[in-house]
Design a protein around this ligand. Structure first.
Ligand SMILES: Cc1cc2nc3c(=O)[nH]c(=O)nc-3n(C[C@H](O)[C@H](O)[C@H](O)COP(=O)(O)OP(=O)(O)OC[C@H]3O[C@@H](n4cnc5c(N)ncnc54)[C@H](O)[C@@H]3O)c2cc1C
Length: 421
């Protein structure tokens, strides 16, 4: 690579690695700057639905690695009601998902980007270099291994901001999160379990705070197939007092009530729970600037329906790579704004529905009614799984309206409409 790469990617998680993979594959010179070194931990449920698997297949991922566990669907329960739902058959997405620790997964995908020709510099932190008008002029790199306080400055044509949920780089570029959009808080830990080869993701739809209040969110067990399981719980910000919820206590209460087949008790804990934030529904803007774009959590790409962000980090990284390649090829960086349009085309309708949905389930009565009604009806739940995991067929045009009306039908919303467009 020449001294000045075409593109510098800040962050080597799913968003950054996918952007780098697709950029390098299309012939751009790419440098990924990752402040940690692989294999690096990321607080996560480690669960990948068919949408994420599709992206991994497209990047030539090797699924025959021992640390990966395949899952055939989702088991959902609330109280005495349980339902097992296989992943739907779909023309684009496979009918299986995987569970794999992020330390392994993210290293594998970064190596795929390297194989395409991307250069990855680990243990190196990137910061923006701005001109007097606050515009991005370059990227400064500081290696954790440098003997002296050495800072290198690069001036690529384009910067991809992929530094995750707190996105310091993005904030320095003026990006802010909309407070009226959903936001998630989640916590997870690892336990030993005799049932770690369970072929399904499992999720409990009724979780409670320490006062026994029902919360919008869910508890999960994602089995890793190696004698361990990832246990976590997450809530969404659409109810009063969400900031005061202690997610660790929510997790404790969930663990205390787990079905016996997991064999989880006081001695099964392997790691203490760690929490993290999930910026959702593309709540962060601006998403693109004169010579930069943001992807993954840095742009708030997490799906509010289910808290998934790995697949959307891969997808937005790929979309960014397409737009950048075109803009660089045409020597016209004004074309980078097409990224914003591409995001709206791909996700706009879906997220409008998702936002309405999370407002609705912020009302405990609605959450209770939906859970009870849903778990009694297999056809309804199959459909709900398709919507929540974003596995609808492309011709499911007008899905937004249909979801809207179905929720209104299931829940007698009373005189105040719960769902505002
Ligand atoms: C508790 C919890 C559970 C979750 N469970 C799931 C799940 O089961 N399935 C799912 O799909 N999603 C899940 N998510 C969401 C998912 O983890 C994120 O959406 C996903 O990691 C986003 O990828 P990313 O590449 O945008 O960011 P990240 O994965 O956060 O990667 C950002 C990278 O940038 C690096 N970095 C940051 N700043 C700099 C800098 N200045 N210079 C260089 N490098 C930098 C970081 O070290 C990091 O490697 C969960 C999130 C949480 C908090």
């Amino acid at each position: 690579m020449s001294q000045q790469p075409d593109v510098v990617v800040v962050g080597g998680g799913p968003g950054g690695a996918a952007a780098a993979y697709w950029l390098a594959r299309k012939g751009a010179s790419v440098l990924v700057v990752e402040k940690k070194s692989y294999p690096r931990e990321k607080t996560c449920g480690d669960g990948l639905t068919p949408r994420a698997v599709r992206q991994l297949i497209d990047m030539g991922y090797d699924f025959d690695v021992p640390e990966l566990h395949r899952v055939t669907g989702l088991r959902a329960y609330a109280g005495e009601l349980t339902i097992e739902l296989p992943w739907p058959r779909h023309t684009i997405y496979p009918d299986w998902g995987v569970v794999i620790r992020r330390a392994d997964l993210d290293m594998h995908v970064a190596r795929l980007a390297e194989k395409q020709g991307a250069v990855i510099r680990e243990r190196t932190e990137a910061a923006p270099v701005l001109d007097a008008g606050g515009r991005l002029r370059g990227v400064s790199l500081r290696s954790a291994d440098a003997d002296v306080e050495e800072v290198e400055v690069l001036s690529p044509k384009v910067v991809v901001i992929a530094d995750g949920s707190l996105s310091r780089f993005g904030r320095a570029m003026g990006a802010v999160r909309r407070r009226d959009y959903p936001f998630g808080l989640a916590v997870r830990g690892y336990h030993a379990s005799r049932n770690s080869t369970d072929p399904m993701l499992e999720s409990q739809l009724n979780i409670f705070d320490s006062e026994g209040r029902a919360l919008p969110g869910y508890g999960w067990i994602f089995p890793l197939g190696d004698g361990t399981i990832n246990i976590g719980a997450g809530v969404i910000s659409s109810f009063k007092g969400w900031k005061d919820v202690n997610t660790s206590k929510v997790l404790d209460a969930y663990i205390a009530g787990l079905p016996a087949y997991w064999g989880v008790d006081g001695s099964s804990e392997i790691t203490k729970p760690i929490g993290g934030k999930l910026p959702m529904s593309f709540s962060v803007a601006p998403k693109v600037g004169r010579n930069w774009l943001a992807v993954g959590d840095a742009v708030g790409a997490v799906n509010p329906f289910n808290g998934e962000g790995i697949d959307y980090a891969y997808e937005t990284g790929r979309m960014a790579a397409d737009v950048i390649t075109e803009a660089i090829g045409a020597d016209d960086l004004t074309r980078l704004t097409r990224y914003r349009d591409a995001l709206e085309d791909e996700y706009g309708d879906y997220h409008r529905v998702a936002r309405a949905f999370v407002i609705a389930v912020g009302n405990p009565r609605v959450m209770r009614t939906l859970t009870r009604t849903g778990l009694r009806s297999r056809p309804l739940m199959e459909w709900v799984l398709k919507v929540m995991a974003n596995l609808l067929e492309p011709e499911d045009y007008g899905m937004a309206e249909r979801v809207f009306h179905a929720i209104e039908k299931i829940v007698k919303v009373g005189p105040e409409p719960l769902l505002r467009a």
